[in-house]
Ligand binder design. Structure first.
Ligand code: ME8
Length: 650
């Protein structure tokens, strides 16, 4: 048997520094559609996605969350509502998922780094830059803000640090030739950008090790250095197939890849990446496609701007297929696209509910109503058939040309030309009028059969985009596996003459735009709210046990910080007894003393006295403690000042 042709396609590996948003989903859904399309065409496909888990940014984020870097990334990648869950929800058909913290990848990157060191392409040198001592950070001249550290605004000084460099300069010429040849980098507009902005001004050698943090792949022959995160990350595409490791064994089978990436990382993928592959003697990618960004009001989505769009919320409100479809139908893949909920609703209503949804429901309903779901054998052709049948036969080729060019929105344009033509065919042939005339039954059967065939080939081409909905629609129009195959997508007459049709559920209900916009606003607000963790409820206590706790209202007479403690505050309280009571409380992180003087608080008075920092504490102030995004938050319980000191809580 002849071996199938192989096809290897990848997404970028995303940083698990935060939850992913609709921009990441856009890239992954597009790559999924390309992978599904190639499978449909009979290719043996390897589709890889994954996560880029090392580097200073992740190390810092983990620290802020009070977790180790590994715990932190595990939560974002594998935790509930994490990256793996998101791709499952979005029906992503990846064959493999790589995490750069996987042992096999780490070991392979060490071998790759050593290989480039041994062949002389990596050498030890000195990294010269501007150093900010308090921040322990190196900066380049251009990163400085008014000559000062961009992080803390303090002065910087010239400094040198031992580091490894990759001889990128050596590869300037072959990389330029690669960029200028054929279709390695697309869209073509990005080629000139790379050559003019990066290669022509002169490619400098690239610093490929760091000593200022440890969360990375250690350079095994020089402790203290970790491999630059981009070297570690780019090679994921190779190690995931078993390159320089034993975990997998299909590098020879699938290499080289098609790398789908966002436009901001085209430089890494079209200059540094091929140069490093040339260094280790492996073929460069077949293609690097730099897709555009989804923007909101012209600006890139970012967590700091608070304008990220949560794919979980959108999938929940609109359905996974509607969201997948919208992303690929609306925005030309190589350009930026302005995301808006209005556009999303409009696309769903126009294309999915009206054009496709109506074609499915009208056609299947008429098959049931006029023929009980099974068409009779007699046929009669008539006006308008020819044009529709020509489109049924001719659309697949045009669609394929667009898909092969990584232009999903144009491929969908072809499919919708056919769907719209089929809807017009219903208006032209007026099946409801034919049904009234017994002598027109054969003509009516032909009309409905032609509509089913138009639907069938459309659904084949829509499968890479909306797989779950197509499966349901195929069942409704009675298309078996053979009638769903790519080979049958350009053939008219594949459904059996007596095809059995079942009208099913509405695939894409129409959306009430205003109602949905209001719902979305509140859903996004709820999703953006910090995640609060509540501890489980404690085992029961009896009322007598509870009554033993003497909790009283107290007035804060004075409050001051305890010397040499950054946590403790010392309170003198009026507890109603006439004698001031001293209580210590470790809440300085949350309150300054002057905020609390005069306040009405609650304390439990009959706890045994305790000494802290040499001072006695006679009781404990009550507060509400909760975990918000992994951090402790505390509110002291304060009552209305009208409540007198000494009042008992019950
Ligand atoms: O750059 N619109 O990871 P990352 C469209 N770890 N696509 C977007 C987008 C937007 N607004 N925002 C993100 C990294 N993307 C590296 C990659 S690869 C060896 C290492 C998509 O988490 C787009 O594909 O920042 C972009 O390139 C990618 O997410 C960046 O993801």
């Amino acid at each position: 048997m002849e071996n199938k042709k192989t096809y290897y396609i990848t997404t970028p590996i995303y940083y698990p520094s935060d939850k992913l948003h609709i921009g990441h989903t856009y890239c992954t859904v597009a790559t999924d559609a390309f992978a599904r399309y190639k499978r449909l065409r009979g290719y043996d496909v390897m589709f890889l996605t994954g996560t880029d888990e090392h580097g200073q940014k992740i190390e810092e984020k983990a620290k802020q969350a009070g977790k180790t870097p590994q715990e932190f990334v595990d939560g974002i990648v594998c935790g509930e509502g994490g990256i793996l869950d998101l791709w499952k929800l979005m029906n992503i058909s990846n064959d493999r998922f790589i995490r750069t913290t996987d042992d096999y990848h780490v070991a392979a990157v060490q071998r790759i780094f050593k290989k480039m060191y041994d062949n002389g392409d990596i050498y030890k040198g000195a990294y010269k830059g501007k150093y900010c001592t308090p921040c322990e950070s190196f900066w380049t001249e251009s990163q400085l803000v008014n000559g000062m550290c961009p992080d803390c605004g303090r002065p910087v000084h010239d400094a040198e640090e031992e580091a490894y460099f990759f001889r990128l300069s050596k590869y300037a010429k072959p990389v330029q030739e690669l960029l200028e040849s054929g279709t390695f980098l697309e869209p073509a507009s990005r080629v000139n950008e790379m050559i003019n902005n990066f290669i022509k001004p002169g490619l400098e050698d690239l610093c490929v090790s760091r000593t200022s943090f440890t969360w990375g792949v250690p350079v095994d022959f020089d402790p203290g250095h970790v491999v630059y995160v981009w070297v570690d990350a780019l090679f994921n595409y190779a190690t995931a197939l078993g390159y320089q490791n034993d975990r997998y064994d299909d590098f020879d089978k699938y290499w080289p890849p098609v790398n789908i990436v966002g436009k901001e990382i085209v430089r890494f993928h079209s200059i540094i990446w091929p140069a490093m592959l040339m260094s280790v003697g492996e073929p460069v990618p077949t293609k690097v496609y730099g897709h555009g960004w989804l923007v909101i009001d012209g600006g890139k989505m970012s967590k700091s701007k608070g304008n990220v769009v949560d794919p979980y919320v959108l999938a929940d409100k609109f359905g996974v297929d509607a969201l997948r479809f919208f992303l690929l139908r609306t925005f030309p893949f190589g350009s930026d696209g302005n995301f808006s909920n209005e556009l999303l609703i409009n696309t769903i209503n126009t294309d999915l509910a009206n054009d496709l949804g109506n074609l499915v429901s009208r056609t299947t309903a008429m098959c049931e109503k006029y023929f009980g779901g099974s068409l009779p054998a007699a046929r009669e052709s008539g006006d308008f058939d020819e044009e529709l049948i020509a489109l049924i036969r001719g659309t697949a080729e045009k669609y394929a040309a667009q898909m092969d060019n990584y232009q999903p929105h144009l491929a969908l344009e072809e499919v919708f030309r056919l769907i719209q033509r089929a809807n017009k065919y219903i208006d032209e042939t007026m099946p409801w009028a034919l049904a009234k005339d017994e002598s027109k039954k054969a003509r009516l059967a032909s009309v409905l059969y032609n509509l089913l065939e138009a639907l069938r080939v459309s659904l084949i081409m829509l499968t890479p985009f909306i797989p779950a909905s197509c499966e349901k629609a195929f069942a409704q129009i009675g298309a078996d596996k053979n009638a769903q195959s790519w080979d049958s997508a350009a053939v008219y007459g594949v459904l059996p003459a007596d095809v059995a049709v079942h009208k099913g559920e509405t695939l894409f209900p129409r959306i009430d735009a205003q109602k949905m916009l209001d719902e979305l606003e509140s859903a996004h607000k709820a999703a953006a709210a910090p995640k609060v963790e509540y501890p489980p409820v404690q085992p029961d206590v009896t009322i007598d046990e509870f009554n033993k706790c003497d909790m009283r209202v107290c007035k804060v007479l004075s409050c001051e910080a305890v010397k040499k403690s950054d946590r403790l505050l010392k309170f003198m309280l009026d507890d109603g007894s006439g004698t001031p009571r001293q209580i210590l409380s470790g809440i300085h992180k949350f309150y300054e003393p002057e905020q609390l003087v005069g306040k009405t608080v609650v304390a439990i008075l009959n706890l045994p006295a305790r000494k802290m920092m040499g001072l006695e504490s006679n009781g404990m102030l009550l507060s509400a403690l909760r975990m918000v995004d992994g951090k402790e938050e505390l509110n002291l319980i304060m009552l209305d000042d009208a409540v007198p000191a000494g009042a008992k809580l019950c």
